[in-house]
Design a protein around this ligand. Sequence first.
Ligand code: ZN
Length: 316
Amino acid sequence: MHAIGIDIGGTKIAGALVDELGTIIRADRVPSPAGDPREIEDAVVAMISGLAAGTDVCGAGVAAAGFIDAAQSTVYYAPNINWRNEPFRDKLESRLNIPVIIENDANAAGWAEFRYGAGRLFSDMVTLTIGTGVGGAIVANDRLFRGGFGAGAELGHLRLVPDGLPCGCGARGCIEQYGSGRALLRIAGELADAGGIGRGIALVREQNGSLTGTDVAKLLAEGDGGALAALRQLGTALGQACASLGAVLDPQIFVFGGGVAAAGDLLIEPIRSAYLEHLPARGFHPEAAFAVAELVNDAGVVGAADLARLHATGGN
Ligand SMILES: [Zn+2]
């Protein structure tokens, strides 16, 4: 049966009616009301009602950034919306006549990748979403791992460097500070300051007044030595994190999504070599596969819809 997936982002709310094969039947998108909980609730109710009209729907899944309880019901904390211990599922269910679940957005996107994307042939998968920050999702033994309180799989905050760079989460040395899109800009800026291989980056920065992700992507496409070195440094940090994750979770595949993953093999290659170099008991541990995510823009809504369907039918 069809299910609805909603993805509440910082700037937009996206939604879709999705079939059992992960195919989007109908989609909708509105600007996100800036952080106002009641307006967001109204917008989500309107979108679910619109997508469900005239169709048999088994449930709706709503993905948002933040900590969601293990019962997929209450948002403990959301960074973009003023939600603190928000009973969002009950509020939505009281206004809609279908079952609703709430899911962390990185978990929903990772689940879509596991069901319909690069992870579909495996039972154990780790995804890292390399956007402005670093998001993560873990599937273990065909199930989404949420942790005891529902706040697990925050892989961006795995500590990579003791007493390292301060992170927005309040800790120091998190992988997000060394392996994210923001980190790539920092590293590229440092190479530009140092001269030498960073001359090409420095030139672009001077011409444009600042350095953006688009500038770095363009430099990478041109084969600029400094941009390639920055990406290699980023991939090396991510590969070290993957070695630690491999020791704990032993996934068969690591999948990389987000804007920076568009670099493809240029990113995957340094990740894999750092992983192999740092993997405990290397040579004895079977080597995981490394891949770029296949579901790019729709992963959040497709994953949220599938998790809603599984919830309605008693799975995951
Ligand atoms: Zn952190």
